[in-house]
Design a protein around this ligand. Structure first.
Ligand SMILES: *[C@@H]1O[C@H](CO)[C@@H](O)[C@H](O)[C@H]1NC(C)=O
Ligand SMILES: *[C@@H]1O[C@H](CO)[C@@H](O)[C@H](O)[C@H]1NC(C)=O
Ligand SMILES: *[C@@H]1O[C@H](CO)[C@@H](O)[C@H](O)[C@H]1NC(C)=O
Ligand SMILES: *[C@@H]1O[C@H](CO)[C@@H](O)[C@H](O)[C@H]1NC(C)=O
Ligand SMILES: *[C@@H]1O[C@H](CO)[C@@H](O)[C@H](O)[C@H]1NC(C)=O
Ligand SMILES: [Zn+2]
Length: 430
């Protein structure tokens, strides 16, 4: 008869063994799913919809690139080492300027942000600027990180289609119609600023002209940050697919920056894309979140409109809190692993990682090619809709209103000084 002690130790040994086997199994599956995620991402590296590194370069370094090494940047979540570790192949870099610059120097500040992204993406051989779907594909072949340039907020064009066209010339391939401020022609999801608040006019005639001109140019319309009414009006008006570059599911977290199911259906009819934002506030409606909650957004959107309409738009550097395990751009594989564990197929994930975005970009280019016969739009916003002190009203200046040192000079000089003032703004544009 075995002693009580022997029974104890036998059952204990059995228990220990099964624990060991089960945790070993667990370890092996965990490892293999992790490897599967990395393997999948090396075959289908990510195209991410939104990153605000350029804003942080402005805030932390006043855009002085010479002061930092972009391979390894402290106080931010994005640098070359971590983009490579996270299998990020193309990044849409936002050239965002604060809404406070609206009707002031938004255009200059946007130019400066484009400059810093272009410098970053030409001075470091790991990067390259991409301006078409083909260049994006080529950049993958060359093992580069493609930089797509994207404007975040229509205030950056100061209600000017010529300014929009010149931004296109500088390589901008996407524009969010608003940030947290309304523009004179489109409405924001936020009511932070009271300017240009209006009723029943979420996309004005000029706003429609902006969308048409973006379609004609081949610039992707981005609806993240716009009000739902504006988004709906754009979805009705745009001839090309549109994106939400960094927004999540409103059904999972009812933040006004997220997209409700009824709008997702409209997006699907448009063949557009929602690129899920990872910011904790939009994931869990709180300051903390976890990967499981992020995956809930993916599962829900897939259930509503399918994996063919989903992408990823991390919003690193634009937001402050990110879910545990997704703290920086090197962590994307953890999200893909979670989705694999939730039985997403490799084909669905390849779509989410890059094929959906490439499809949308190519369709935007195809619409541009179809519209090639249309000449640049000469639509101008009605002057009463953009009255502000920073807009020069063209006309010969009244000598009496010129600055005092000039009124001391001769009458003949006044005339040439006036002409110079008229010419100066155009000289700055060269
Ligand atoms: C980045 O720099 C920090 C110190 O500044 C260092 O601790 C870290 O190992 C570096 N990381 C890489 C990937 O080089
Ligand atoms: C806006 O539309 C609603 C309903 O369509 C209407 O009741 C309201 O009077 C309209 N407001 C303005 C300012 O036109
Ligand atoms: C969002 O949902 C929470 C419950 O989950 C509810 O208390 C809150 O009122 C909702 N907010 C809005 C704006 O619908
Ligand atoms: C993740 O967060 C949600 C709340 O947003 C919570 O209900 C859930 O239990 C958490 N899951 C894990 C695995 O921690
Ligand atoms: C994934 O599929 C397996 C096998 O069909 C199943 O046992 C498991 O419950 C599924 N997991 C989820 C999260 O659906
Ligand atoms: Zn944003």
């Amino acid at each position: 008869m075995p002693s009580e002690k022997a029974v104890m130790s036998a059952s204990c040994r059995f228990w220990m063994q099964s624990l060991l086997v089960s945790s070993l199994c667990h370890l092996i599956t965990a490892y293999s799913q992790r490897d599967r995620a990395h393997d999948l991402m090396s075959r289908y590296p990510l195209i991410d919809g939104h990153n605000d590194l350029a804003l942080q370069l402005r805030i932390l370094h006043n855009n002085r690139l010479s002061q930092i090494d972009l391979h390894n940047v402290s106080k931010v979540a994005t640098d070359i080492s971590r983009l490579q570790a996270g299998h990020v192949q193309t990044q849409m870099f936002s050239v965002y300027v604060m809404c406070g610059a609206q009707q002031k120097d938004a255009v200059r500040l946007t130019l400066e942000q484009i400059d810093v992204v272009r410098r970053m993406c030409t001075e470091y051989p790991d990067f390259e600027v991409v301006t078409s779907a083909q260049e994006l594909r080529d950049s993958e072949m060359r093992h580069k990180i493609g930089c797509l340039i994207s404007i975040e907020g229509g205030h950056s064009i100061d209600s000017s289609l010529p300014a929009l066209r010149m931004f296109y010339q500088l390589g901008v391939r996407s524009m969010a119609l608003t940030h947290t401020c309304n523009t004179p022609w489109a409405e924001s999801s936020s009511n932070l600023y009271s300017v240009f608040q209006r009723q029943n006019d979420s996309l004005t005639e000029f706003g429609k002209a902006v969308v048409e001109e973006m379609n004609r140019l081949g610039m992707i319309v981005d609806l993240s940050h716009t009000s739902w009414d504006t988004a709906l009006a754009v979805l009705k008006h745009s001839r090309a697919p549109v994106i939400f570059s960094h927004s999540s599911s409103h059904a999972i977290c009812n933040h006004s920056r997220n997209v409700p199911d009824w709008l997702l259906h409209k997006l699907k009819s448009n063949k557009g894309l929602i690129m899920v934002n990872l910011h904790s506030k939009f994931i869990s409606c709180r300051d903390e979140a976890n990967i499981s909650r992020v995956a809930d957004h993916f599962d829900h959107i897939k259930q509503v409109i399918g994996a063919g309409s989903i992408g990823i738009g991390g919003d690193f550097e634009g937001a402050t809190s990110f879910p545990q395990g997704l703290e920086d751009v090197s962590k994307y594989p953890a999200l893909i692993q979670e989705l694999l564990e939730r039985n997403w197929t490799e084909s669905e994930l390849a779509d989410v990682l890059r094929r959906n975005f490439l499809r949308v970009f190519e369709e935007v280019e195809r619409v541009r090619d179809q519209l090639g016969f249309i000449r640049p739009s000469e639509v101008q916003i009605p002057s009463e809709e953009v009255q502000n002190a920073c807009r020069l009203v063209l006309g010969r200046p009244d000598p009496k209103e010129l600055p005092s040192e000039q009124s001391a000079s001769s009458r003949a000089d006044h005339r040439s000084a006036g002409l110079l003032i008229l010419l100066l703004p155009s000289l700055f544009w060269i």
